[in-house]
Design a protein around this ligand. Structure first.
Ligand code: ADP
Ligand code: MG
Length: 238
């Protein structure tokens, strides 16, 4: 089943056209990775999917519903950024539970779900700490916890690991793969890290100047890049 349908998406900032006609279907449970040079529109595309930014033209469908003008909170999407954006004065438990508090869920139920999410991410011993007492990797886990607890249909990750050191990046990459297997959720993941793209993706979407240059499974792109631009991004010798 198609979970996300992007149709003829365009986006301009004044005279600057940054997305120039993007069409893409993402299947339920699929792990899709966006790659492409800095400034090609990857983050803008994610923000439009999340509803944080209006589209200039085109439509966005989620699970068969047109959500092009639907408010972000009603899209059943959660986004994880590279800068962790945790509330500094709240504990880990409060940070993770915050979104549910707004939804009016009972305190006991929130607490139960926070415990469950913390268990999944292996951060249960950290629940009473505040963000400044956490390492970078632990903070990123909390940020992911805040996304998971809302049980979204679609997760959007914008270079979530790029602030972490190499060893931690490897560990977190494996955890994201495990999370995907466990939740079965649809994931759209932006990265400039080839290893992340090759190992996480069901399909890689190569962007260039606001358009899709090529779409394919990692090995397809690796073995048959459409041009030297794609080859440069996937790492095949060109
Ligand atoms: P990427 O994530 O692929 O690096 P972005 O989506 O951040 O690219 O940016 C795409 C283009 O849109 C860039 O040229 C950027 O400067 C421009 N851009 C992004 N956001 C805005 C904005 N709010 N106002 C004007 N230009 C923007
Ligand atoms: Mg970006």
């Amino acid at each position: 089943m198609t979970q996300l349908a992007l149709r003829s998406i365009r986006k301009s900032y004044g005279a600057l056209e940054v997305i120039r006609g993007v069409d893409l279907d993402v299947a339920e449970g699929e792990f899709v990775v966006f790659v492409g040079p800095s400034g090609c529109g990857k983050s803008t595309m994610l923000r439009m999917i999340a509803g944080l930014e209006d589209v200039t033209d085109g439509t966005i469908g989620i699970a068969g519903q047109d959500v092009t003008t639907t408010a972000p909170a009603k899209r059943e999407i959660a986004m994880v950024f590279q800068s962790y954006a945790l509330f500094p004065h709240m504990t880990v438990a409060e940070n993770i539970g915050f979104g549910l508090k707004l939804s009016g869920l009972a305190k006991e139920e929130i607490s139960r779900r926070v415990d469950e999410v913390a268990n999944t991410l292996q951060i249960s011993p950290l629940l009473e700490r505040v963000p400044r007492e956490l390492s970078g990797g632990q903070r990123q886990r909390v940020a992911i916890g805040r996304a998971i607890i809302r049980q979204p249909k679609i997760f959007l990750f914008d270079e979530p690991l790029s602030n972490l050191d190499a060893a931690l990046r490897v560990q977190m990459r494996l955890e994201i793969a495990r999370l995907h297997a466990r939740l079965g959720a649809t994931m759209i993941y932006v990265t400039h890290d080839q290893t992340e793209a090759m190992t996480l993706a069901d399909r890689i979407i190569v962007f260039n100047k606001g358009k899709i240059e090529q779409v394919g499974a990692p090995m397809e792109l690796y073995e048959r890049p459409a041009n030297t631009f794609v080859a440069g991004f996937i790492g095949a010798p060109s």
